[in-house]
Design a protein around this ligand. Structure first.
Ligand SMILES: Cc1cc2nc3c(=O)[nH]c(=O)nc-3n(C[C@H](O)[C@H](O)[C@H](O)COP(=O)(O)OP(=O)(O)OC[C@H]3O[C@@H](n4cnc5c(N)ncnc54)[C@H](O)[C@@H]3O)c2cc1C
Length: 111
């Protein structure tokens, strides 16, 4: 992408990496997004992550470390959207609650 300024921003020139031809789009403003990077570093030594640094989760939001659950953009769940992050968060809470109940049951059996 090439941003041309002649007194004021007037257009951007875009060339797709795989193509030769360029497109000039007249614009009055530009918002540059630099992409997503997952902030999984606090738990990266505990749970499995993929090559994008996303925490790998199971369908119930559990991770490779029993008792650690993850939800939202930091995971490998499909779709980086608010509604998905909220739904995944609800799922993670339910699964964490179930995990605690299961642990309590196990303790009662062994006591
Ligand atoms: C520019 C932009 C526009 C978007 N527009 C839309 C839209 O229109 N509709 C839509 O559905 N989605 C949109 N999204 C995506 C949406 O914002 C995310 O999918 C959603 O916010 C994910 O929620 P989350 O709770 O997983 O992560 P986040 O909302 O990113 O929350 C993570 C929080 O954890 C905090 N955090 C990170 N590391 C640490 C740490 N080590 N210790 C403590 N706290 C930490 C961060 O500061 C942040 O507050 C947009 C995203 C961007 C970047």
């Amino acid at each position: 992408m090439d941003v041309r300024e002649e007194g004021a921003l007037s257009n951007v020139t875009i060339r797709k990496k795989a193509e030769e031809n360029v497109i000039v789009i007249p614009v009055k403003g530009v918002f540059i997004a630099i992409g997503l990077q997952s902030d999984s570093f606090p738990v990266v030594h505990l749970v499995d992550t993929n090559n994008k640094g996303e925490i790998v989760i199971n369908p119930d939001c559990s991770t490779s470390f029993p008792g650690i659950f993850a939800a939202g953009d930091v995971t490998n769940a499909f779709g980086k959207r608010i509604v998905i992050a909220c739904g995944e968060g609800a799922k993670a809470v339910l699964a964490a609650r179930q995990h605690i109940l299961n642990m309590k049951k196990k303790k009662e059996v062994t006591a």
